[in-house]
Design a binder for this molecule. Structure first.
Ligand SMILES: Nc1ncnc2c1ncn2[C@@H]1O[C@H](COP(=O)(O)O)[C@@H](O)[C@H]1OP(=O)(O)O
Ligand SMILES: [Mg+2]
Ligand SMILES: [Mg+2]
Ligand SMILES: [Mg+2]
Length: 346
């Protein structure tokens, strides 16, 4: 029906609609209260929301674009579990369809594309948010006891945080063409918004190379250096890379998507994570949107990651990102060579 619209624009428009649906699934699992937490590895968890949102995204995109290579964080469950027909999205965002495709992307074919899907980025924050939504203190305490990875210190900090960490949760769909992220979607299922006087939950941020970004209001970086980094996966090397930045403030927030949003909205200047925990699905969509806005996302050594179908999934040499090249260079110059070697040789 929209065959005259270049593939990359159609795929981005479909991804916006699919991400909105996945976000609704993420909220529905939370409302039901049965999170079905599975431990995949150290500090690495999966919930029913991760699984269901992934099935929705992969099945919806594969049905419409059969020759795409789609790689999702929760791929190991590919053939298990059914895809509820209500999860199959064939809507396509009409506003995105109107975008003017840049000349260099007009001829892109499905075979040139790899889609990287993180159905729920910020799983730690999601599970902790669930805990905090239990208003009854006894219920909350019982749930805490079934969360083996939440320390008492965290539990107390969560209580003081007014349940705020759910905003850190995002759904990420990144579109790479010939190994480079060129388009992407970051959907925030718990973003609270007032649109024309009505309360709305959720928002969807998108970016396309050569066109720009949308779904939010971009803002310049703060006057002094503000760093954003992990709140749930820190270690001494991560902390060492923060110290050298001479920052006025460190924003410890969850998820790669949410941290790049902090850069785009002018809350932080640089995103530093000197650790191998992030994978290609964490950075593909954020990198595409950040670079469409004039920013840069690389590893801690200043090299771009590649997003082809056969690359290794872990971003072994960490993440360094900024809203512009100057801030990126500022940060890169400060990372000690020894620290870069530590990560490169791990
Ligand atoms: N050690 C780790 N193990 C598993 N996932 C990690 C690890 N470190 C980072 N990640 C992924 O990268 C995202 C950003 O990291 P952080 O929040 O620590 O800054 C996390 O939300 C998580 O994605 P996900 O939540 O999709 O599993
Ligand atoms: Mg995960
Ligand atoms: Mg993630
Ligand atoms: Mg995830």
């Amino acid at each position: 029906m929209y065959g005259s619209v270049p593939l990359i624009v159609r795929l981005l428009a479909s991804s916006v609609s699919v991400a909105n649906r996945a976000g609704k699934i993420v909220r529905d699992v939370m409302s039901k209260g049965e999170l079905g937490i599975v431990e995949k590895g150290k500090d690495d968890y999966q919930t029913e929301a991760d699984r269901s949102a992934q099935r929705c995204i992969v099945a919806s995109l594969a049905a419409q674009y059969p020759n795409l290579k789609i790689i999702g964080e929760e791929d190991s469950l590919e053939d298990e579990g059914e895809v509820v027909s209500d999860w199959l999205v064939n809507e396509i965002d009409k506003e995105i369809l109107k975008l003017q495709c840049p000349p260099n992307l007009q001829e892109v074919k499905e075979e040139d594309i790899v889609v990287w899907v993180d159905p729920l980025d910020g799983t730690s924050e999601y599970t902790q948010g669930a805990l905090m939504l239990k208003r009854d203190p006894w219920e909350r305490w019982k749930m805490y006891l079934t969360h083996p990875f939440i320390s008492m210190k965290w539990y107390l900090s969560l209580l003081q945080n007014n349940y705020g960490f759910l905003e850190h949760v995002t759904v990420l769909i990144g579109i790479a063409v010939n190994e480079t992220p060129v388009a992407g979607v970051i959907h925030q299922p718990y973003y609270k918004n007032i649109v024309e006087g009505d309360k709305k939950i959720g928002r969807t941020i998108w970016g396309l190379h050569g066109v720009g970004v949308g779904g939010f209001t971009p803002a310049p970086p703060p006057e002094s250096i503000v760093i954003t980094t992990t709140r749930s996966h820190s270690n001494p090397v991560v902390e060492e890379a923060l110290k050298v930045m001479n920052a006025s403030k460190v924003l410890r927030v969850g998820g790669a998507g949410y941290k790049v949003l902090q850069l785009l909205e002018g809350n932080a200047s640089i995103y530093v994570f000197a650790s191998p925990g992030c994978k290609k699905w964490d950075t593909c969509a954020p990198e595409a949107i950040l670079s469409a806005a004039g920013g840069k996302l690389t590893d801690i050594l200043g090299n771009f990651y590649k997003y082809g179908a056969n690359v290794t999934k872990p971003n072994k040499t960490g993440v360094l990102a900024a809203v512009n090249n100057e801030l990126h260079s500022y940060a890169l110059e400060r990372i000690p060579e020894k620290l870069q070697e530590t990560l490169a040789n791990k």
